[in-house]
Design a binder for this molecule. Sequence first.
Ligand SMILES: [Zn+2]
Length: 441
Amino acid sequence: MSKGGKSRTLAVMFGILAGVALSFLLGSYMYFSFFFDPPPPRQVLVCNGVDILPSSYEWHTPFAGGILYKEHKSPERSEIPVLGTVYGGAPVFEPVQGIGTRGSYSVSLLDSEGHELWNGMDFNIPDGVIARNGDYVMKASLVYPNVLGASYGELSFVAAFRAYFEPGMATSFSEVSQGDVFVIKLYDLQESPNLSIDAGLDAEGNPIMAQFVKTGNSSAEAVIAVAHDRPVGEYHVQVSCDQNNWDVAYTVVEGRFERQNLSIDASDPQITEANSPAAYAQYREKIYPLYETYDDERYWNGVFLRPVDWEAASCRISTTYGIFRYTNGGSTPRRHPALDIAAPTGVPVLAPNNGRVVMAEYLLNTGNTMVIEYGGGLKSYFFHLSSMAVEPGDMVSKGQEVAKVGSTGYSTGPHLHFEMRIGRQSLNPMPLMSGESQLFF
Ligand SMILES: [Zn+2]
């Protein structure tokens, strides 16, 4: 062998060795970068003590120096982590690891029907987005954009939770004039709250009616009437709602009422019959049981209409609410728990608000008598009607003609006796029609 042949052989061998070594190094680099590349960032959200792992991810890692990418796809996880009940509104989601400068969140909040309530770039869900008790779903995705040579992809998170606010209570003015009402409102109620209310007893030892009626998905109200003859002083109402109890106080202050002298011809046969013990016995038998009834739905809405417009021709208010009425020179006044509107026979009587007719019949004392329930025990009583156009059970709407003015029963001339009560306690109809009643607080 020549010297030159030897060195050529060496060079070839070296070349082969170098090639083998190089392909080994490259191969193992590719092998290791393919099989031992970094996994998606282990991002975890924590809320309410529950770890929320990505529900799914798609992750791309570079190998061969970023010339190629390997795709990692998670199996889809079907179960949604449930965070349980979150008190007081929006839950606090905390990402436990920094997302670095490249990653960014997009977050959305859905109601139980899948409607989007809010979306944003972080987990600072503003106050008011979760305004009521209920079930919610949070969806978030963490996106790392595609930058040459770096890992990129998207991690998705989803979690379900139930929001719960402590029930709250609000009341109208705690000072109530005789003839007005005291209102208690509850809000942030659960779906089927356990509510109770006890307004105590009146001067005769009868329970003062107070009933909660729903006014929305998570709210309710109870209206307590303060009659013209309710003794002034402090009254207490016990309210409970699930685990919460309140002792609510209000003070009854004196209302202002007029005085009236009335002479009635007691020998008139209509008056004699209407004023007979039998007539009063029938009144007690028919009307008093209505004081105990209430519909647990609120039909009324907004200010009450005048059933008869006393400013129309030939109409006027003949007796105001709560008036001290001295009949035929007597020294002991009878109080009048209603508004009398004098009007010609046949003038239409309109339903002051939406309600349900609970009575339409002739009674000896009050003549043709109609009672309409507006919800929660709030009722109007119309007396002395000449005719009635609706029947018990009928729903009536505000402004609908329900009857005509007359002078039937204990009446000396055509007028509408318009009485409003909650339970036994009467209330002044005037502020209900002017909008000044605490009912509208
Ligand atoms: Zn009257």
